[in-house]
Write a protein that binds this ligand. Structure first.
Ligand code: NAD
Length: 456
């Protein structure tokens, strides 16, 4: 029997629906993560060169906080929500019940390989589902630890981790799940949605793309440069919401570049290839891809690399042509093209001619220009005067729009993503509104009046 079938059978016994069961399972997961914490850091170091601090801040700490948040709020989130009942159903009541979908499939990418499967899993458990987790094969050490944590902790009819690559993922996609939560590239997102459509399975697609970063002239250039450099080179540029390229006002371009170089030196030293806290590229294929992106344009800073160690120095590049690969595909590495502009309208048109990004960044102190950017562009999320941090706030849903994805999670949204909102009208049985039954005995004009009164 397929794993989805095994879990569907188990789901039917109703055990996963009890709130105390869900809380208990979240606590068990929390303990298993804590028990394996050092193994997780070792695996992140081996696969991506992540230092422990970055591993804690962006993966383990993020996940543990999310478990705490969910345990604290689950009873509130799972409550039946009472809503207004129209007068026509006098004596009745209406409410919304968040109910689990059943069995969910979670497919993860390699760049934050731990938290990008664990946070959805927390949502799946909290909402009362069974789950199958497929971590990325490109970070094999982390995949192994995830599989160990899950498979040593839970019975497989409830939660199972299945390791493997594209083939394994494709096999899972042929099974019928009740929900699919996929994080990865836009190209594979299309494949996932096509497969899901065959079973009418709803999906969340957390995808990527090119996230632009606009630096306008009326900003604090030093702080802007620091925040952009931090967001771009975190995890060696392998972050879905990293600023992909920068559009900087021509009056401040030189000053921005000087400050960006100073920030790189401050964060990683003059030779980042030696820096303990600077991660590496995930594998040779991505390393070679990134090097080939540097063929276009003029390297202003960086460019040094070491294939054996998979290191690429933080690199600033300008004079890139718009039809070059670096401006066509998501960079997903430590190379930052710097383009200049002198008119905000032109920049907005430039962005709007391209697929809707996952994130859009705008640095400015000008309130009307901030309002203009918010009003005239569309993106999964927007961060003003900062990068990445909009996704760290549990009260802001995180997700894409258009080519950057559909659906969202984080905070309460994670619980809702894995819950079907069932609408219930509980009518009383004694009083009956006879006018609604045929043969209709009133004029249409009277019915219009009654309708408006009773249904509002
Ligand atoms: P990917 O799409 O290549 O792989 C992701 C997962 O899909 C892996 O588990 C892989 O095994 C599986 N997969 C790969 N090819 C498949 C196929 N043909 N059929 C079925 N499954 C397949 O993505 P990636 O390279 O791991 O991640 C990088 C991309 O993910 C970037 O575009 C990045 O922006 C995006 N991303 C988005 C988010 C987000 O939250 N929106 C987060 C991280 C990464």
């Amino acid at each position: 029997m397929h794993i989805s079938e095994i879990q569907r059978q188990y789901f039917k016994n109703g055990e996963t629906k009890s709130i105390s069961f869900r809380i208990q399972q979240l606590q068990i997961l929390q303990q298993a993560i804590l028990k394996n914490e050092s193994r997780i850091y070792e695996a992140l170091k081996a696969d991506l060169g992540k230092c422990q601090m970055e591993g804690y801040l962006t993966e383990v700490g993020f996940t543990l906080n999310d478990i705490d948040f969910m345990i604290k709020n689950i009873r509130k989130f799972a409550k039946h929500k009472k809503v207004k009942t129209p007068a026509i159903f006098l004596g009745g009541s209406s409410f919304i019940i968040p109910e689990p979908y059943g069995t969910v499939l979670i497919i993860g990418p390699w760049n934050y390989p731990f938290q990008l499967v664990m946070v959805p899993l927390i949502g799946a458990i909290a909402a009362g589902n069974c789950a199958v987790v497929k971590p990325s094969e490109l970070t094999p050490n982390v995949s192994r630890v995830i599989a160990a944590i899950i498979n040593d902790t839970f019975k497989s009819e409830y939660i199972a981790a299945i390791e493997g690559g594209v083939e394994e993922s494709q096999k899972l996609l042929t099974q019928k799940f009740d929900y699919i939560f996929y994080t990865g590239s836009t190209t594979v997102g299309r494949i996932v949605m096509t497969e899901a459509a065959k079973n009418l399975t709803p999906v969340t697609l957390e995808l990527g793309g090119k996230s632009p970063c606009i630096i306008d002239k009326d900003t604090n250039i030093k702080n802007a440069a620091k925040r952009v450099v931090w967001g771009k080179f975190l995890n060696c540029g392998q972050t879905c919401v990293a600023p992909d390229y920068v559009l900087v006002h021509k009056n401040i371009k030189e000053e921005f570049i000087t400050n960006a170089i100073a920030a790189i030196n401050e964060f990683y030293g003059s030779d980042p290839l030696e820096a303990e806290q600077y991660p590496h590229i995930v594998n040779e294929r991505h390393f070679d891809r990134l090097l080939s992106l540097m063929n276009d344009g003029n390297i202003l800073y960086g460019g040094k690399n070491n294939r054996e160690k998979l290191y690429i120095q933080p690199t600033l590049i300008d004079s890139v042509s718009q039809d070059s690969s670096i401006m066509q595909e998501e960079i997903f590495g430590p190379i930052m093209p710097i383009l200049e502009f002198d008119n905000l309208d032109t920049v907005i048109s430039f962005i709007n001619e391209r697929p809707k990004p996952l994130a859009l960044y705008y640095f400015s102190s000008n309130k009307s220009n901030i309002a203009k950017v918010l009003n005239e562009t569309s993106s999964g999320g927007t961060c003003i005067n900062d990068t990445i941090n909009h996704i760290t706030t549990s009260s802001l849903p995180f997700g894409g729009v258009g080519d950057s994805g559909m659906g969202s999670y984080h905070g309460k949204e994670t619980f809702e993503t894995f819950s079907h909102r069932k609408s219930v009208l509980h009518n009383q049985i004694t009083y009956d509104f006879k006018l609604k039954y045929p043969p209709y005995k009133v004029t249409i004009n009277l019915m219009k009046k009654v309708f408006r009164f009773l249904l509002n």
